[in-house]
Design a protein around this ligand. Sequence first.
Ligand code: SF4
Length: 272
Amino acid sequence: MKVREIACKTALCQSGLADYALNCYVGCAHGCRYCYARYMRRFTGHTEPWGEFVDVRVNVVEILLRQLPRTRVGSVMVSSVCDGWQPLEEKYRLTRECVRLLVTGGYDVSVLTKNALVVRDLDVLGGSKRVELGMTVTTLDEGLRRVIEPAASPTLKRFEALKAASEKGVRVWLFVGPLLPFLSDTSENIRSLLKEASRLPLERIYFDKLNVRSGVWPSLEGLLREHHPAFLGRYRSVLFDPTERESYLEDLRRRIEKAVNAHHLAGITVLF
Ligand code: SF4
């Protein structure tokens, strides 16, 4: 892992997901094989594989302090192209300090992570009803999880983090996806994830399919060649053949709805 400390000029950036996005790191050591943020390599001149470099924006707290007085208060997505609680955050505490400033400044803060390290910061997140914590999960199969999200927290730890957050009064929600065809999109996995979800006071749950934009396909193709070569042909079919894709997605939607109905869950959005 190549780690560099860099200086940034801006903390809050315009975003399509909220009024602003905050990213304290460039790159993400979680190294998810399906990560859409890998396009950041192009913008930052990194040649290392995604997941093998992180630039730490060491002055981001200072820059945010300067930026806040001249910024209209609004909603902030933390983080959009990295994970704010990836392992280096344990040492640098940048996301923690930035979120603390945003909460104090009256911003609506929406956090999305795959790391249970966020529990360290529940004292900050629990300080305002304007803060919500989302956790992304994809599979309860730890063997598969280690392959597709190697440095993120085990999935059960993520559910535990949501539980701890809700007990501190933080509003919590769940993002299930992307579901990988024939690996994590099985009805059994979807039902198991919803069983865990049903124990939590989640405000909402989103489901998403796999998208292969931003160089995701070469990454997944490598994974399949190494671990599941028998699925290569089926992946090409459901990802790149429009007729096969429509039929695959219709079946996936139907299976998600069936599992949701079995658990009597409300507030579910299927994003495809
Ligand atoms: S945690 Fe998010 S940003 Fe980090 S590698 Fe995984 S998908 Fe990408």
